[in-house]
Write a protein that binds this ligand. Sequence first.
Ligand code: CAA
Length: 257
Amino acid sequence: MSYTTILTETRGRVGLVTLNRPQAMNAFNQTMLTELFDALETFDHDENIGAMVVTGNEKAFAAGADIKEMAEASTVEMIRQGRVEKWDRIRGLKKPVLAAVSGWALGGGCELAISCDMIVASETAKFGQPEITIGVIPGAGGTQRLARLLGKYLAMEMVINNRTLSAAEALQFGLANRVVPKEKYLDEAIALAQEIAERAPMAVRMAKDAVNAAFETTLTEGLKAEKRNFYPLFATEDQKEGMKAFIEKRKANWKGK
Ligand code: CAA
């Protein structure tokens, strides 16, 4: 499929999606949102792909939803179009998605980054939820995910008072896996994704699902979810191969089944 607002390519077993509306700081209009999730879902279903990376450009990962597109919208139009529900598609992805963030990750851009499974940031990255400055609140998960990731007070400050986090702060507060010089953030994210993409695919999928369960439920239910994902892996060839390879002191040869 050919896209107009994103670029896609594969690097080894990594599917790379680049947001490509630089004239609008990669603000999400409806087309870009649809194209982003179509591309990610296509990679998710491709057995030659083991992980995905979403990135923007050096200046902006993404500056949020397209304000010009929704400025005159009514509540009924927003609800009818399911404007913010569309972002939920990221939760359906089974393979890990990494955000490679440089520059602004604002509003829906920040919400996209924190919906991903890992974040590699350039030292120029800035994370924020400025919706309050335009008379609304985050609608693509920001209030919930930031509160869970950062705790109440910092999340509250970001959402209520437009507190922006620098890359160093994001790392300090656990909102990024690593921060690297701006020349390296994309290569670093792709290398990390490649490492993950080389691992046993079913185990990666089950592991992602189990960690995500921790954000949904009590510890007791989460531990049950973990067990539900642990035992079935003993029905995979890769479990037999992985343990045999360990015992034989050789590298495992994963089959993805
Ligand atoms: N929507 C539409 N256009 C946007 C945009 C957005 N979110 N962000 C930037 N742009 C456009 C600007 O209007 C400008 O276009 P023109 O050249 O046609 O005027 C162009 O991108 C460049 O932007 P700036 O001139 O503003 O660039 P800057 O370097 O001075 O500032 C910025 C960069 C700090 C990111 C600033 O553009 C900004 O604050 N953007 C808005 C951020 C924001 O409020 N995001 C929240 C959106 S609402 C949301 O996301 C809801 C949700 O939960 C889903």
